[in-house]
Design a binder for this molecule. Structure first.
Ligand code: 13P
Length: 253
């Protein structure tokens, strides 16, 4: 039986004061939720604050990006070991905003994925199609390719060390959620695809849905057999919303 996981992706939002208030609300709200796992992925400068506030709680933390290099003259980049220094468990890799706005290719995402696995961080690897790709009926090909590139690099055993987030690009920050059936269909496809490599590993794999998950649609999404939780953008910045989504995961079968 897979445990549900809910991770907040704060993106480039926050301040020391706002984070404090948000995290206090989240900690109070999820205290005692034992049936699911929770996390937040925050901007780098706030890792120390988040570590200090979440240490010893049932909310883990992580980053939204990392460098594929261990160290060196890479101005502005952050190495995997630096994330470990701040107690990170998770790192988001291949988010569509990184792919589109920062020109990260499948190959760069694969190198970052490898670096995360080597550092014992859990990569939350994002896949998803654009609206144009969905409308041209190539969703499955696009996602299969995104998966293939990382697993070719990292090897099949990485399936036990990763989390996948299916994030249809057209549903991110748009208020347009994939219907539970649409999301379930792609999640089932991802699991079947990976089951061709290793059935047991694929059964244990946690596949999150991301794209306009809110308190009012989380329960329905999380009730689908292959949806193991959510990667939450906007709603993770509002304590009550995020806690309600965590509650839906905690109560889901
Ligand atoms: P929204 O929940 O704001 O649509 O963002 C989803 C997302 O990109 C999470 O990584």
């Amino acid at each position: 039986m897979r445990r549900k996981l809910v991770v907040g992706n704060w993106k480039m939002y926050g301040s020391l004061a706002r984070n404090k208030e948000l995290l206090e609300g989240v900690l109070q709200g999820v205290n005692g939720f034992k049936a699911a796992d929770f996390g937040v992925c925050v901007p780098y400068p706030y890792l120390a604050q988040v570590q200090a506030m979440l240490h010893g709680s049932n909310v883990a933390w992580g980053a939204q990006n990392l460098s594929q290099h261990e160290q060196g003259a890479f101005t502005g980049a952050v190495a995997p070991g630096m994330l470990l220094d701040f107690g990170c468990r998770y790192v988001i890799i291949g988010h569509s905003e990184r792919r589109a706005l920062f020109h990260e290719s499948n190959d760069i995402a694969a190198a970052k994925f490898d670096a995360a696995i080597k550092a014992d961080l859990t990569p939350i690897f994002c896949v998803g199609e654009t609206l144009a790709e969905r409308e041209s009926n190539v969703t499955e090909e696009v996602i299969a390719r995104q998966l293939e590139v990382v697993l070719n690099h990292a090897g099949v055993s990485a399936i036990t060390k990763m989390v996948i987030a299916y994030e249809p690009v057209w549903a991110i920050g748009t208020g347009k959620t994939a219907t539970p059936d649409q999301a379930q269909a792609v999640h089932a496809f991802i699991r079947q695809r990976l089951a061709q490599l290793d059935g047991q590993m694929a059964q244990g794999l946690c596949i999150l849905y991301g794209g306009s998950v809110k308190a009012n649609n989380a329960e329905q999404l999380f009730s689908m057999p292959d949806i193991d939780g959510g990667l939450i953008g906007g709603a993770s910045l509002v304590a009550d919303e995020f806690v309600a989504i965590c509650k839906a995961a905690n109560g889901a079968q």
